[in-house]
Each structure stands twice: as C-alpha cells, then as structure tokens.
Write a protein that binds this ligand. Structure first.
Ligand code: KG4
Ligand code: ZN
Length: 356
C-alpha cells in the first residue's frame, strides 16, 4: 500500500508518501518548520501557524508527491492528522486531505497525531507489540503502553507543562531565543551543574505522573535573586534545569519499565522515545542509562522521524488500513483527542475535553 500523509497540528507543515506494511519504505518526507513566523513571540502563535499552513501546504504536498514519483492513481489512501493539536492548523491539513481524497476518489484516514508518534518505531525498527513509549515534545509528556494499533494505555503524564514547553518557557525567562530547548542545551554545556539546587518534582509520589511547572518557578526564583543575571549564571541555571529534568525522566522510566514487566512478563521490555525533547543529548543519555539498568532495549527513531513529520501519519494510516477498510469522510478535526479514553484528563478539562 502507498499512502500520502499530511501533518499540520503544530508548527510543522509536512507531507510524505510511505509504502508498507510488508516492504516498508519512505518514498518522500517533506517538512517545513515555521521558525521565523513565531520567533518574535517566543512560542507558537496558533493563528499565525494556521495561516502559514494554508499558504504552503499545497506546495508541500506537490513536492512530496513529486519526490516519491507518484501520481494520484499510485496512492491507495490519504491520511492526515485529525487531532489533537492547534485546531486552526488541524483544520487546514485535514480539510486539504479530505479534498484530495474526494477529488482523487481515495479513502481518507483521520489519524490521531499521538498514534503517529506511537507507531513510528514499527516503521523504523519493525517493532512488535507490546512496547513502552515515552513521548516528550512541546505539547505532550507521557508514558504510553502500546499494546496494538488503537490499543493504548496511558501510564503517566504531566499534570501541568509538557517538558518541551518547560524548556521553552525557561529559555524565554532567561532571555534565550526561540525555540528554547536547543538553546538551553547549548548553554547547559557551559554551565556548572552543582551551583543551583532545583527540585525533582513529584518523585516523592508513587505512580508515573510528572510535573514541570514548579521546576520552572524554582528556577525563576533563583534567577530573580541574582538579577541582572550574567551569562555564566544563565549557563549554570540551564545546567541545573536540564539535570533536574533528566533525573525525573530517568527515575520515571525505570518505574515505567518495572510496570511493563509486571503487565507483560513474557514480552521483551522495550522503551521507545519520541518527540523533539529526545534530541537532547543529556536526556537521551539518561534514558539510555535507565533502560540499561532496567535490562530493557532502548529504541530512538532517527530525529527526523522523532519530531513532528508526515511519514509517521502516513504509516499510522497504513497500520489502520491493515485492520480493515477505513473512510473517515465524516470525521471532524478535533483539538483534543486522548489515545487512552479510559484515562480521565488531568489538565484543562473543559467542554472540549481534557488537554492532557
Ligand atoms: O516534537 P516537536 O518537534 O514538536 C511538538 O511539540 O510536537 O518538539 C518540539 C519541542 C520544543 O518544545 C523544543 O524546545 C523541544 O522539543 N526541543 C528540545 C531540544 N530540541 C527540541 N528540548 C530540549 N533539548 C533539545 N535539544
Ligand atoms: Zn508531535
């Protein structure tokens, strides 16, 4: 099967053509990140993101089709992110996919963005179920037990900020440019990790939930005391912040793997990491160490497939098609769409449902 995937749920406009499931091949994977559009605001502005998607998506799709050397007849289905995400962008991508599917007479698959992340390791590493996923991005921080396509259990999540969001807010408060994660990492390399003591939020509590908002507040309090902060202080604060996040993730990963073993004693314990924060070398090293200590395999798909992309959406479409015919022409884009409906939302439960 050959599927066209479209992703527009945050600040990446992406289209890809992927073949599978037998011989898995990414025929094209086109991405344009909106950096300049949001830089002056220090974070993604939803309305600007949606407009930027509208302006470029048709060209991105055309480019992906051209690179894959595909005509519409060669495509078996169109898959697009239908949520969760910034709703303006999701509408742009999903409606574009709907129009293409209708015009070309192909089935449409409305993909859950988180399912795209969850199934990527099956595209890259041919992983079998079950496995554990740690998703750490700007919008999500969660441990998911992936038992099968559409069969997920959220074992733990952040009760406030996502980790990437905490990195971005920390950068902003220290006067570092957007996107903050890579900047904090760069500064941390020059920092003294011993100088500031920051808390390890939630580690005294059982379970796998996490909290990062307090960490950022503690950092702000330390910075305020020393204002105006010099460059070395910024570096030292970044080092302390990054170490605190790594420690929390490492401890929670070990507990998550223990839970995985209890649930699936016959299965090989595997932990997959996805999301932009997985680019952080210290965090990666901490997770690798935690997996090793727990006797588990650590899988990190290549960064281009770990961060937001459309190949993962096309692949999730292929996995969905394996379960039987799909035609989601009546599906509506949605801002919130938990993978595990059994788990009540912890954060921002409103009339549209929970944010996390
Ligand atoms: O997965 P992603 O590209 O997009 C979504 O949020 O869905 O993740 C972006 C997030 C941003 O918050 C960014 O600051 C963070 O990942 N990030 C990093 C690093 N590179 C990106 N955080 C820490 N260290 C990094 N090297
Ligand atoms: Zn994502």
């Amino acid at each position: 099967m050959t599927v066209l995937g479209i992703e527009t749920s945050c600040d990446e406009t992406a289209a890809a053509v992927v073949c599978g499931p037998g011989e898995r091949k990414i025929l094209s994977n086109t991405i344009r990140a909106q950096i300049d559009e949001h830089a002056e605001f220090g974070g993604v502005v939803p309305e600007i993101a949606a407009r930027a998607h509208i302006e470029i998506l048709d060209r991105i799709v055309a480019e992906a089709m051209k690179e894959a050397d595909c005509a519409w007849e060669d495509i078996d289905a169109v898959a697009a992110t239908a949520g969760p995400g910034l709703i303006g962008g999701v509408i742009v991508g999903f409606m574009t996919a709907k129009a293409i599917a209708m015009a070309a007479g192909k089935p449409l698959i409305g993909v859950n963005h988180l399912e795209g992340h969850a199934l990527t390791a099956r595209l890259t590493d041919d992983l079998s179920f079950p496995f554990l996923l740690l998703l750490v991005s700007g919008g999500h921080s969660q441990f998911l037990l992936v038992r099968g396509v559409g069969d997920y259990e959220r074992l733990g999540t952040t009760i406030d900020d996502a980790i990437g969001e905490a990195f971005d807010k920390t950068a902003k408060l220290l006067g570092l440019p957007y996107p903050g994660g890579p900047q904090v990492e760069k500064m941390a390399q020059k920092g003294d990790v011993q100088r500031f003591k920051l808390p390890r939020p939630f580690l005294d509590r059982p379970g796998l939930d996490m909290s990062f908002a307090g960490l950022k507040t503690a950092l702000r309090t330390q910075a305020k005391k020393l204002e105006p902060v010099d460059e070395q202080t910024v570096a030292d604060l970044c080092a302390a912040f990054q170490r605190a996040v790594s420690d929390v993730l490492s401890a929670r990963t070990k507990s998550a793997l223990q839970l995985f073993r209890e649930r699936h004693p016959q299965a090989e314990p595997v932990i997959v990491v996805a999301g932009g924060v997985a680019a952080n070398q210290e965090i990666r090293a901490a997770l690798t160490g935690a997996a090793k200590e727990a006797g588990a395999r650590f899988v990190a798909p290549p960064m281009r497939l770990c961060t937001d992309n459309a190949a993962m959406i096309a692949w999730a479409g292929i996995e969905r098609l394996q379960l039987g015919p799909v035609d989601d022409m009546n599906v509506s884009p949605r801002p919130r769409w938990p993978l595990d409906p059994e788990r009540a939302g912890i954060l921002g439960a409103g009339k549209k449902g929970a944010k996390a």
